[in-house]
Structures are given as structure tokens and as C-alpha cells.
Write a protein that binds this ligand. Structure first.
Ligand code: T3D
Length: 258
């Protein structure tokens, strides 16, 4: 696929997708959703970690609202089911860790995309806005699933009803995201985190992600059975053997991701 709305790079096992419509704060249209969904699949098949970020002063301002007539005619149920759902599922089901490097405002579905990622690192100037109710909509693209799981019902409800910006520092303090950093340290921070994951035990990360995501839907017994099955598979990986050898040799392990 030729990319026009995003940039895609792959280097040293790190795939970086950069949303690239800075004039509209990287708002999402059909083409961007298609490119993004495709690129996430591409990264999942070829990289060891994926980073999603944005060009310019925004991460993503959500649905493109630019053409009021066209937006009013949109069949939102279809767009959500056929375009947003595959995108959000692609991130949640991606077999490698997905980092949202939130460089600026993340509003509406832009916040949904950021918050479904496995690790969210935000620059201090970033804000998360459940902007939906301001235009007469409700949070979507997985937001009503992910928000209460991250911050609890009370904060999720307040964020959705009031639509007030949550700063990166506030988001970190309430457990909505993993880390807020100064603007000066932002690039170096997400790059270091990505490099760490790209040189780690990729199979283990994949199983960690799958088990933690499954825990939202199943009970303790089912969860422990899943842990046992996953751990059984991991015990047969080269990385596990290398990890144990390195521990006994008192050296740093070299993980190959298999
Ligand atoms: O299919 C479906 O529709 C269903 C799915 C819906 C999911 C959704 O995402 S609904 C929520 C959609 N998003 C929003 O409601 C957010 C709209 N944007 C804003 O509230 C503000 O722009 C921000 C809070 C994000 C940033 O504010 P600020 O003051 O920093 O920037 P600005 O001046 O408002 O925006 C700068 C430019 O970006 C401006 O264009 P201009 O005047 O310079 O030519 C603005 O129109 C444009 N822009 C910002 N957001 C969008 C956008 N253009 C199109 N779509 C946008 N979402």
C-alpha cells in the first residue's frame, strides 16, 4: 500500500507510524484509517515493537470534522463498525508491543487510539480530551471499554461527560497513561523505551500482552490456565534458554525474539 496520510519507517526492529495531516491536527479520514490499519498489520508481521506518533503539534484530533455537510451525512454506525473497529482491534491484537508516543493533543477517536496502545508516553504539552459530547456524540472507538479499565468508572464518567482536557501529568497521576515527560526529553524517552522492547524477549511480550488483555474478560481460573499454556510455550523458546544461561553466567542476555 502507498501511504499518503501516514509515514512508515522500520529500523532495528522498531516500526514507527507517524500520523501526517498536521494542517488538521492529524484528524482521521477513511483513507488514514485504512492506511493505519494496514501499517499496524505490516509492523506486527515484521517488527519487534511499534510506535504510533503524530507530525506537528498534535497526536490526533479524532474524526475529521472538516466538511460539515459530509460529516452530517456519514453513516456513523457503519464507519465505526467497518473502519474504526478493525483499526482499534489491530492495535489490541497486534502481536508486538505498541507504544503511543503522544506528542500533543489527543482528542476524540485520537484519544481512543492512544489509550488502546500497550504503553502510552506523553509529552507534558499533550492533553487527552473526550471531545465527543461537545459535538453531540458519545465516546467511541473503544473509549467506553478502555477508559473505565484504566481510570475507574468515576473518572471515566467525568471525562466523558465534561470533555475537559486531561493533561499528560494528570493522566499519568490517575493511571490513564504509563509516563509523562518534559517536552525536551520526550523523543529520547519513547525512543529508549522502544529500543528496550525491540531488543527484549518478543515472544514473552506477546504472551504478556495477550494474557493481560484477556484478564478483562475472564475469571481467575481461566486466567491461570492461560498463564500455564503461555508459560509452557515460552519455556520452549530460545530466549528463555538464553535468559537462564545469561543469569547463571552473570551477564546481560541477548534476546533474539524467538
Ligand atoms: O465517523 C464518525 O464521525 C464517528 C467517530 C467519531 C470519533 C470522533 O473522533 S468524534 C470527535 C472528533 N474530534 C473533535 O471533536 C475534536 C475537534 N478539535 C478540537 O476540539 C480542537 O481542535 C482541539 C482541542 C483538538 C485542539 O484545539 P486547538 O485550539 O489547539 O486547535 P484548533 O485551532 O482548534 O485547530 C487547529 C486546526 O485544526 C484548525 O484548522 P484551521 O482553522 O487552522 O484551518 C481546526 O479546524 C483543525 N482541526 C482540529 N480538529 C479537527 C480539525 N479539522 C478537522 N477535524 C478535526 N477533528
Amino acid at each position: 500500500m502507498n501511504y499518503e496520510r501516514i509515514l512508515y519507517e522500520l529500523d532495528d526492529g522498531i516500526a514507527v507510524i507517524t500520523l501526517n495531516r498536521p494542517d488538521v491536527l492529524n484528524a482521521l479520514d477513511t483513507q488514514m484509517r485504512a492506511e493505519l490499519t494496514y501499517a499496524i498489520g505490516q509492523a506486527g508481521a515484521s517488527a519487534r515493537v511499534l510506535v504510533i506518533t503524530g507530525v506537528g503539534r498534535a497526536f490526533c484530533a479524532g474524526q475529521d470534522l472538516g466538511d460539515a455537510g459530509r460529516v452530517a451525512d456519514l453513516n456513523l454506525e457503519r464507519v465505526l463498525r467497518d473502519e474504526y473497529m478493525p483499526l482499534i482491534s489491530a492495535i489490541a491484537d497486534c502481536p508486538i508491543p505498541v507504544i503511543a508516543a503522544v506528542n500533543g493533543v489527543a482528542a476524540g477517536a485520537g484519544a481512543s487510539i492512544a489509550l488502546i496502545c500497550d504503553v502510552v508516553i506523553a509529552a507534558e504539552n499533550a492533553r487527552f480530551i473526550q471531545a465527543f459530547a461537545q459535538i453531540g456524540l458519545m465516546p467511541d472507538a473503544g473509549a467506553t471499554w478502555v477508559l473505565p479499565r484504566l481510570v475507574g468508572q468515576a473518572r471515566a464518567m467525568g471525562a466523558a461527560l465534561f470533555g475537559e482536557p486531561v493533561t499528560a501529568r494528570e493522566a499519568e497521576a490517575m493511571g490513564m497513561i504509563w509516563q509523562a515527560t518534559s517536552e525536551a526529553e520526550f523523543d529520547a524517552t519513547w525512543r529508549a523505551r522502544a529500543a528496550h522492547l525491540a531488543s527484549g524477549p518478543t515472544q514473552a511480550y506477546s504472551k504478556i500482552k495477550s494474557a493481560l488483555r484477556a484478564s478483562a474478560q475472564q475469571g481467575l481460573e481461566a486466567q491461570m490456565l492461560q498463564e500455564a499454556a503461555h508459560q509452557g510455550a515460552l519455556s520452549r523458546t530460545r530466549d528463555f534458554k538464553e535468559g537462564v544461561l545469561a543469569f547463571n553466567d552473570k551477564r546481560k542476555p541477548t534476546f533474539e525474539g524467538r
